[in-house]
Design a protein around this ligand. Sequence first.
Ligand code: ZN
Length: 229
Amino acid sequence: MVLVTCEHAGNAVPPEYAGLFAGAEGLLASHRGWDPGSLGIGRRLADRLGAPLLATSVTRLLVEPNRSPGQPGVFSERTRGLPDPEKARILEAHYHPHRRAVVDRVRAWTDRGERVLHLGIHTFTDVLDGVVRTVDLGLLFDPERPAERWFCEAWKPRLDAAAPEHRVRFNEPYLGTDDGLTTWLRTLFPDPSYAGIEIEARQGLVGSEPEQRRLADLLAATIPPHGPA
Ligand SMILES: [Zn+2]
């Protein structure tokens, strides 16, 4: 079973928190506010694979659903200083619902004995801190998890053959073992019942909806048809 998620799909600010982001339109629109293009890829990919899609809509600058509870990155510089009861309200309204929905979906399948392939769709900025990224598409996984390694090692040559112009890399521009939703899910669901792979696309590659659809179609056409035995 395949599940597609987008943790950084939108950059909406709930009305009650508008004051925290007054004058921050540029920040919200930037890669720090969300992953532009990720929802377009995720929607199309889920559609092509017949998979459910679970996506957020609120900016990660309010609360970061791709960080584990208690990690410093859960709250941004805009929300870190809020009183604890306010932070608790934000977590309950805008953090836990997405993560619970993902865990519940995975659990419903694994309880039936199904193996789950979770694809978390992200995009990354072409230039970070003045450094031009030299990767177009990253497959992020935990090398210690055989099912994840199998999927990525089977997928990359298929992507390379179908789209040799894309620079596909393992665990770039981030490590699959960095703190994130897939990392958290690995603590709940063992290999091989759960395989969590994050797909990171360079934003310059997926700036328009046709480009987002094209990448999703490429992913859907090349995804390895069977999991490891
Ligand atoms: Zn992201």
